[in-house]
Design a protein around this ligand. Structure first.
Ligand SMILES: Cc1cc2nc3c(=O)[nH]c(=O)nc-3n(C[C@H](O)[C@H](O)[C@H](O)COP(=O)(O)O)c2cc1C
Length: 357
């Protein structure tokens, strides 16, 4: 039995990890890399009729956050349909998600040319609800290939946004795109490091994972059967499992590979069975059927310190917001001060504190 396999809308993925749309999937040689490595499926850079003119430089990493000002593919539709996609198709070993952008007029030209290559379409939406009906109905009227609508995190009313997407034929959701706008500053140059439209850039990587996780969890709670592809901040096998438990069917990753390198995809896939054993998870399919409790299961008591495990590092003493942890030969908790918040237990390096979480 393949413990990692996922079947979604009749397509089989040998594991749930895919690349996310971006610079690592924007050319034939990069797509071939993902065809040969272990990822379960492939996703393309967003394709439009004309190639994007991107202001350079456009990608930087600072403090484990990726900032970017990229647009869609710098290569035009013609290059994709004359060269990249036919050549990839000759040797394709796994499902292919084709990302198309951005307007109804684009779709009328691009979708008829792209649809023979796509197992799924993914459509980025940077707009509010206003243009959505026309956008989604245009693309779904042009193809039978399932269309996934990719959410931008700035759309606050995402549940009604999704309702409109589904009413107009979308078959699934990708949650989510980069967060922002943000900014990244270079103190030496006294300027933003990258940025467009008054210095704005877009943020991704592990820092945005909690936002993506909440979106996936909330969408799953409201749409029990809707196919969901999670995206945002994944960097480990544990992250993949958290997203599946939150309700995702498949999981995409980009920025952590920009931070740590492309070998991270295969590393995560290799790690998955071991981490699944650790958490008693039989298979990804079984985890997809497991419901996540949205009520914390913590004990809410006072911290209990295991003095055998404690290495007297004083971390809990230094971080306690109420100065309720003290070191006097060993670590003591002052229950008159302690607010049972859980911070000490969550950050103890040797798991010597129990009783709160
Ligand atoms: C440099 C860069 C380029 C991106 N280009 C695209 C794109 O062309 N189309 C798209 O839908 N998302 C694009 N994204 C967003 C990613 O696909 C993804 O949604 C986001 O980065 C969050 O995932 P991550 O934290 O794993 O990177 C881009 C992100 C980055 C960092």
């Amino acid at each position: 039995m393949n413990r990692l396999k996922v079947t979604l809308l009749n397509k089989e993925f040998k594991n749930p990890l895919l690349p996310a749309s971006g610079p690592t999937v924007g050319s034939l040689h990069s797509l071939k890399f993902f065809n040969e490595n272990q990822v379960g499926g492939i996703v393309t850079k967003t394709i439009r009729i004309e190639g994007a003119e991107v202001h350079k430089p456009c990608i930087v990493e600072k403090n484990k956050i990726i900032h970017n000002t990229e647009l869609w593919s710098e290569l035009p539709l013609k290059k994709w349909v004359d060269d990249i996609l036919p050549n990839l198709k000759k040797e394709l070993k796994k499902p292919l998600i084709v990302c198309a952008g951005y307007t109804s007029d684009d779709f009328k030209i691009s979708i008829p040319q792209l649809k023979e290559y796509a197992d799924f379409f993914e459509v980025s939406t940077h707009y509010g609800k206003d243009g959505l009906k026309e956008l989604v109905s245009t693309i779904t009227s042009l193809t039978d290939v399932p269309v996934f609508v990719k959410l931008s995190p700035h759309i606050q009313d995402y549940l009604s946004f999704i309702a409109i997407a589904i009413e107009n034929g979308a078959k699934g959701i990708v949650a989510m795109n980069s967060l922002g706008p943000g900014a990244v500053i270079d103190l030496n140059k006294k300027s933003v490091t990258i940025g467009v439209n008054e210095g704005q850039s877009w943020i991704s990587g592990p820092a945005i994972k909690p936002v993506a996780l909440q979106r996936v969890m909330s969408i799953r709670a409201h749409y029990p059967d809707l196919p969901i592809i999670a995206c945002g901040g994944v960097s480990s096998a544990e992250d993949v499992l958290e997203f599946i438990l939150a309700g995702a069917d498949l999981v995409q990753m980009l920025s952590s590979a920009l931070i740590k390198g492309r070998q991270l995809y295969d590393q995560i896939i290799k790690d998955l069975p071991r981490i699944m054993d650790q958490y008693d998870i039989e298979s990804i399919e079984a985890l997809r059927k497991t419901s996540l409790s949205l009520t914390p299961q913590g004990l809410g008591g006072f911290p209990v310190i295991d003095h055998e495990q404690c290495i007297l590092c004083s971390k809990c003493v230094n971080i306690c917001p109420e100065i309720a942890m003290m070191k006097d030969g060993h670590i003591l908790n002052d229950q008159d001060r302690c607010i049972r918040c859980g911070l000490c237990e969550s950050s103890c390096p040797t798991q010597a504190i129990k009783g709160v979480l």
